[in-house]
Design a binder for this molecule. Sequence first.
Ligand code: BMA
Length: 854
Amino acid sequence: MCKSSATNYTNLHQLKSVLISGISGMLFFASTQAQEISVDLNSNWRFRKVGDKEWLSATVPGTVHTDLLNNKKILDPFFGDNEKKLQWIENSDWEYETWFDIADSAIQQNHCELSFEGLDTYAKVFLNDSLILSADNMFRTWNVDCKKFLKAKQNHLLIQFESAVRKGKELAKQLPYTLPGDEKVFTRKAQYQYGWDWGPRFVTCGIWRPMKLKMWSVFKINTTHLFADEISDSIARVIVEVNITVDRPTTVFFKLVAENGTRDSSYSSITVTPEEKISNLLIEIKNPKLWWCNGLGNPALYHITMQATNSNQQSELKEFNYGLRTVTLIQQVDTVGRNFYFILNGVHVFMKGANWIPADNFLPRITKEKYRTLLSDVKDANMNMLRVWGGGVYEDNSFYNLCDSLGILAWQDFMFACAMYPGDSSFIENVKEEIEENVIRLRDHACLALWCGNNEIDEGWKNWEWQKQYKYSENDSLKIWNDYYNLFYSVIPDVLSKTDPLHQYIESSPRVGWGHKESFERGDSHYWGVWWGMEPFEIYKKKIGRFVSEYGFQGMPAMKTIESFTNHEERNRKSLAIKNHEKHPTGFETIDHYMNDWYKKPKDFESYVYVSQLLQAEGVTTAIEAHRRAKPYCMGTLYWQLNDCWPATSWSSTDYYGRWKALHYAVKHSYEKYVISVGDREKILSVHVTSDDTSFTKATLTLCTEDFSGKVLWRDSTVAYVSEKQSTIVYKTMIDDLTSTLNPSRAFLKMELKKDEKILAQKIYFFKKPKDLLLDKPDIHFSVQKLKDEVTIFLSSSTLAKNIFLDLKETEVHFSENYFDLLPNETKTISFQSTLTFEEVKKKIVLKSLWDSF
Ligand code: BMA
């Protein structure tokens, strides 16, 4: 039985509803009529630059950049270095307008409310020439009672967006000092729009989320909050807290139904007065199924419906997909420092995942399908957690719904990153509303694991020498730090204690900057010694934090992706197009530095692209395996970064078009439930097995060394006792003993862990770095089979073919594996889905290996 800390929470709000038992309750829900009428206002929009004559058609939700693009007024912002030519857009003001009619029956409702789910950012809204709203926060929803301005026909809605850059600069002038982050920190707008070290600068504006006109009389449900105050094997008690507004004292009857294979229901009635807003309902679920994250079990969700009806048979229906689970972050002082790990339903979980950034510069372009593909890629790569990074946005509901249904836990940053923010009362009030609304929107998701105040601000203030750079006086410093402290240590936790006391909160990620030894001893850490610090990949094996929430290495995107933003002659590292799609100041130099250490010089641009991906995979999986080996000292690894907002060279493992880089394939392997890894410190080779199973396993480990032509040189096997609680060394040998009978540049060690004939894990270990391997030209043979749309390729070679890369010319397919080593005399089977004919597939196959790159 797991009992959540919710118990106290329930006590705070005594159950106020009257439970109606049995069948009689059902009578109240006979034939009803919808209580709220909602009109979609997202069509027939047009826009123009303020001051221009010509109106152009607009898409809502949308952005000014995509509207200009759709009207062919600008070139593709992502192509070449067009970004530079489009900066004028951010300095202009833009206006959008539409007309709409409403049905007579709707206008007769007591309340008419315009609801804007997202306005980016400084927006003045006029309805029939009256100013009804001045918005100044992209992350908030704005509801405006507008009944007195509405008419039945030809309502005119006009929204004017003021340049956020100009406004931010004006606000900045009001401070006697410059804040790190410049004008962007004054505007509550996605901070990455101002440019990042993986993304372009497109400070856009527009109606970025849908808007509606909502009309109602008598009662309205504002918000709901579901939480389980008790979960045992036999029963789960789910409290449904409803926030209702009524015109006059009204009795509302509620029917709650929870379904997931079984059906549980409850009936209650509440008399609500205009003054009283919050009431609690209860539904009990018998023999509850728990929600588990990916890898641990099913992410069971209960479909809960709540029908609210008054005595006039007016009703409102709300639906939820609710997961029963408890999730706790433990942070206890221990002999080393302070641990940091999550417990889900009583189970200590090692978190395997990545950092999420917005999936497009122009957010409304992110479709549900795009979310689905990306999050399915997360699940396929055996991840169980994503960190939604603080320089982006609180994502759309569909993102969190998908995380719920795929079993992906979400660590949610609030939207502050790598800068200091103002502390005046209007900024703070604005942020308070933003936090409250987003917490209320997201708190009931099963996926939600943690709130985090910001990304790298504590670290920035303490380690990035802002005080010197901006020449702060002691008083300035004190004021800036106090503003920081107030926001993250007081304002945000206060809002959370009222709206979501069930989830935990940390103020900043990481806890300590990576330059300090304490960052490997307490809390979560961002380890940037590799890449920013130019330390070698091997250092990942030594510098391990308690929960490594960021680290990473760049790789170039797929050639097909590069082709999407370059002309043929620009496909080289000197072209402006390629340079503009590498936003890190020393990006290519850094890649070259590590590439020299690991690989021979690639012979051409295309080979460089491919090798950069292998290098990235090598680096990041070195870290992942070291972190997993350090379990339970380390209890989580989230690499930087999962995805891209545009096609570019970056730390991502899947590129803007969703094409998996070598890293994503490698991560999938390194995040499997069982992973074999090699610790080769001090001349001893130790074979570790890390298991994320929930119980102990006894299996057989076989080891053999082979040369590159397939000759077996040595074999051994052992019984491996694999603990679920910690990584286990299952085999140890002196490296010299192992290599005395072989040429380490022409041989590898193959390891396999098996239980009852089932392979749990496999690992190929090379004694030398790729640049020192003496590879022969592989003679790769392949045959193709096609059964309906399932294509299978069988590959073999008489000598080792390292890092085979498979592709289909001018065709988009996803291979079951890629960038893999084809071992001598073994047949590798790769599959993919395609509607091409057998002959077409054969003609289009592209196949190369590392040997071809030098
Ligand atoms: C991390 C992130 C980002 C940045 C990345 C790579 O610290 O928080 O700010 O893009 O490093 O430099």
